[in-house]
Design a protein. Structure first.
Lengths: 615, 244
């Protein structure tokens, strides 16, 4: 096999920090994603606490209005793009290859590229606090707030380029998991035998692949307006700010399902395991997921009911939005049906999963309320919407992801967390979040607009805002407990064993933590809950690896080798993105680095020739 | 075709797959699906703003359909030579492969040269008004403005009213859409030239590794198909009456 040689030798068995930088092992990348996303989640939490402190009482000026605008913009962008999405990606990375019986993802180096580009985008956004000014136009950055006239600083530019980087990272991951799930399933794992989390990940990957190009175009148009003087959103030239809203929400509503489908998948893994019953109505759950992903493209204008699109548009989008509540409701009944007459074990992951079901249902109900255009006219841009989004994304997505962390941390670390601390963590979080977010329904219906930096004491919103702030701090405390519990589990938890939950899916059939190659033998799947079935019948089915006995088999498994090119491409993109804001020469430099590294990557074989078996 | 390759020949990427499709081929199709949405959003932006420009030049002022037809023809023919290149490679004729892949790249470059020429022409677009027998009602708004320069003894007024991305909505949407298509063609040309050069390396491009060329061909055909849409929606609909 011919290869071009490059001056720097390839890292064959790197260790230490260099090992993490060049790793292409999906499990290590998953851990990197998880830890990075959680740290960023904490920074978004600090921003939220500052918002809550400012709003705790009327007429306060702890932060200036300008900083307040930056806080809510950064909080929203951070939580959606830097916390929930990458936490989902952490699960995709760690769990999906294990659930489908594969040794890695389809494109291991592309996977490393996704992580490093995500980190580049995250750093770019967060650095805006230090390097100049943070963006201040809200997480959906409506035009004309983002135009040069209203927003001459560089905050919006940072927001644009970091979202572009994050989009590239998400697209790369979306392609990778789409191909991995479609093409790398163990023998016998037909689509309708796939674990439900794998199904939801497949749907999420499809949504990412189709939704992110649209926001990319919107970002390009905005960037061209600001940098090259084009007229896309310039009203005096005939431009229409509503175009931004359409492009943003055509992406933005599928994005909502990109955030929630992985959490739904996690919960649908946990509830059957701890109810000791298979998932009730598995085909219906799959079909609901598919329906949600499809209908998710037809509801975007419900974010724009008060824009004035006219009664026909408002009616159509009211109907489609009400329809999408049906498959969502079906899923909730599937989870309830799974628990019906099951022998339920109420441990920490199960509590979080049940918390998800309850809180997501509340968020779903308020969602149905503003699905109606007439009712939404009262609720648009009030704290009622803030309450809704936090019930679906905090009570929903975050609870689901935390349930997943508690459920799979024994697999990731090989160690068990403290169950008592975990339960305390759950109850404090559950109570804290309801104290923080439920009062927002009241203040919202009372007319309190979102995104105001303070309010007069005469408005009558003081009491419930104070309550919300108390709740926010309870949430913060319980997050610290969570960090303590997970860190302690990782460092000195009791050994967990390979299958502590008597679980159903293939990742529990291998050691904890899994070896680098995951499966010594590729499993052969004959059932939907295959690992359960294998345990009940006391048979293990697998395809033995060609060549070598059981003992020597580990040496005959050839895993893809580490590579630093993905890391270098991401650095090139980071420099290029920074240059797009300030200096096109710097942008060109970054582009050249990215291009050279891409070339080197293309010509680098998955394994060095001398390592591949001779043929 | 895929089954003919020994599975161990090219490392882990050629392992047996669930669908029988190669991972990279599936990736390319997924990418093209994604790219469809990218161009769809750009074309949608163009159509939303069609006829909304406050000042000229407008499509019918600048478009030169015969010239663009030539470049369109060249790009479409390049798809055929791409097919011939791939076919030559799978039949094991590396020399013929080189001829066709190079001519594909050259045709791509010809298209790009036309695009550069077109952008320059638009940017320096001039408006001429004959002052003799002036019928103000028959002039477009921008021509009327130019005609204000007609004074006694002046036969003809010429003013430069170039179209740039800054000029109006038409300029913004047109240059962004066709510019990103041009960027796609540029990447394709670099890819084809890389394959051409790599084919001189022993074992670089071989019939067994035809997938390397197949993927480039898929991309190239896609870029062509997108141009058919752009040429129809932007150029033809922009000029012919009834579509305006």
């Amino acid at each position: 096999m011919a290869t071009l040689t490059f001056p720097i030798p390839r890292p064959i068995h790197p260790t230490g920090v260099w090992g993490w930088i060049t790793t292409i092992d999906h499990k290590r990348i998953g851990i990197l994603y998880g830890i990075t996303a959680f740290v960023l989640f904490l920074t978004g939490g600090i921003e939220a606490l500052l918002i809550r402190v400012q709003l705790a009482a009327p007429d306060q000026d702890i932060v200036t209005p300008e900083v307040f605008n930056q806080l809510f913009t950064m909080h929203g962008t951070t939580m959606i793009f830097l916390a929930i999405m990458p936490m989902g990606a952490a699960f995709f990375n760690f769990i999906i290859p294990l659930q489908i019986g594969a040794r890695d993802v389809a494109f291991p180096r592309l996977n490393a590229f996704s992580y490093w580009t995500f980190l580049a985008g995250a750093l770019m956004l967060k650095l805006s606090w230090v390097l100049g000014a943070a963006p201040n136009a809200g997480w959906f950055a409506y035009s004309p707030l983002t135009g040069l006239a209203a927003n001459p600083g560089h905050g919006v530019d940072y927001w644009i380029v970091s979202l572009m980087l994050l989009g590239i990272a998400s697209l790369a991951a979306g392609f990778n998991f789409l191909v991995t799930i479609v093409n790398m399933r163990a023998p016998g794992m037909s689509l309708m035998r796939m674990p439900i989390f794998t199904w939801m990940t497949l749907l999420t990957a499809i949504l990412i692949v189709l939704a992110f190009p649209v926001i990319t175009v919107a970002l390009i148009e905005l960037m061209f307006d600001r940098t090259f003087g084009t007229n896309f959103f310039v009203v005096s030239a005939g431009g229409n700010p509503i175009l931004w809203q359409h492009l943003f929400w055509v992406f933005g509503h599928p994005e909502v399902y990109i955030l929630i489908l992985p959490a739904m998948g996690i919960v649908a893994e946990i509830i059957p395991t701890f109810s000791k019953k298979p998932l009730f109505g598995y085909p219906v759950v799959v079909l609901s997921g598919v329906t949600i992903s499809f209908l998710g493209w037809m509801v975007w204008s419900h974010h724009m009911f008060t824009v004035g699109l006219g009664p026909v548009a408002n009616s159509v989008f009211t109907v489609t939005t009400l329809i999408i509540a049906i498959p969502t409701g079906v899923k909730i009944f599937n989870w309830l049906g799974t628990m019906w007459k099951g022998s339920i074990l109420l441990n920490t992951p199960m509590l979080f999963a049940l918390g998800f079901v309850g809180m997501f249902t509340i968020g779903g109900l308020s969602g149905v309320m503003h699905a109606s255009a007439a009712s939404d006219a009262q609720q648009q841009d009030t704290y009622f919407i803030v309450a809704h989004i936090h019930y679906v994304l905090f009570g929903g997505a975050i609870f689901g992801l935390m349930a997943g962390i508690y459920y799979w941390i024994p697999k990731v670390t090989g160690r068990m967390f403290n169950e008592a601390v975990g339960k305390f963590n759950f109850w404090l979080l559950f109570i804290g979040m309801n104290i923080a977010f439920f009062p927002m329904h009241f203040t919202g219906l009372d007319g309190m607009p979102r995104r105001i930096y303070t309010y007069s004491s005469e408005m009558g919103w003081s009491f419930w805002n104070g309550v919300s702030t108390v709740g926010a701090f309870l949430v913060a405390v319980s997050m610290l407990i969570f960090v303590y519990n997970i860190a302690k589990c990782w460092l000195r938890g009791e050994p967990a064993g390979d299958d502590p939950w008597d679980a159903r899916t293939l990742e529990w059939s291998i050691p904890s933590p899994p070896p680098e190659y995951n499966f010594v033998e590729i499993p052969v799947v004959q059932d939907r809950d295959d690992w359960w079935a294998q345990k009940r019948r006391q048979v293990r089915r697998a395809v033995p690896v060609a060549g070598g006995s059981e003992d020597g088999v580990e040496h005959s498994i050839h895993m893809p080798q580490a590579s630093y090119w993905p890391f270098l491409v991401s650095i090139g993109l980071f420099i290029g993105a920074y240059g797009l804001i300030f200096n096109f020469a710097v942008a060109a430099l970054g582009g050249v680095l990215a291009m050279i590294s891409t070339y080197a990557w293309s010509f680098e074989p998955v394994n060095e020739p001398e390592e591949t078996p001779s043929h | 075709m895929e089954q003919a390759i020994p599975p161990a020949a090219h490392g882990a990427e050629h392992e047996a797959t669930t669908t029988g499709l190669n991972h990279r081929k599936l990736l390319m199709w997924a990418f093209l699906g994604s790219d469809c949405l990218f161009f769809a959003a750009l074309i949608a932006s163009y159509l939303v703003y069609k006829g909304r420009s406050v000042v000229g030049p407008f499509p019918q002022d600048v478009f030169d359909i015969p010239v663009t037809s030539v470049s369109t023809f060249v790009l479409l023919i390049s798809s055929m030579s791409m097919v011939l290149a791939y076919s030559a490679l799978t039949r094991g004729s590396l020399k013929v492969f080189r001829i066709w892949i190079l001519s594909t790249a050259l045709m791509g470059m010809t298209f790009l040269a036309f695009q550069v020429f077109e952008f320059r022409t638009f940017a320096t677009h001039k408006i001429e008004v004959e002052c003799a027998g002036l019928e103000v009602q028959e002039l477009t708004a921008i021509e009327q403005k130019v005609a204000e320069g007609c004074a006694a003894g002046v036969e003809k007024v010429v003013e430069q009213h170039g179209l740039t991305p800054k000029t109006n909505l038409f300029g913004s949407t047109f240059f962004t859409l066709t510019g990103f298509h041009g960027a796609h063609v540029t990447i394709g040309v670099i890819w084809l030239l890389s394959l051409f050069l790599y084919s001189f390396r022993r074992g670089g491009v071989t019939p067994e590794r035809h997938l390397d060329v197949d993927l480039a061909a898929l991309y190239w055909h896609f870029v062509d198909v997108v141009w058919i849409v752009i040429f129809t929606v932007v150029y033809l609909f922009g000029v012919f009456e009834g579509f305006q």
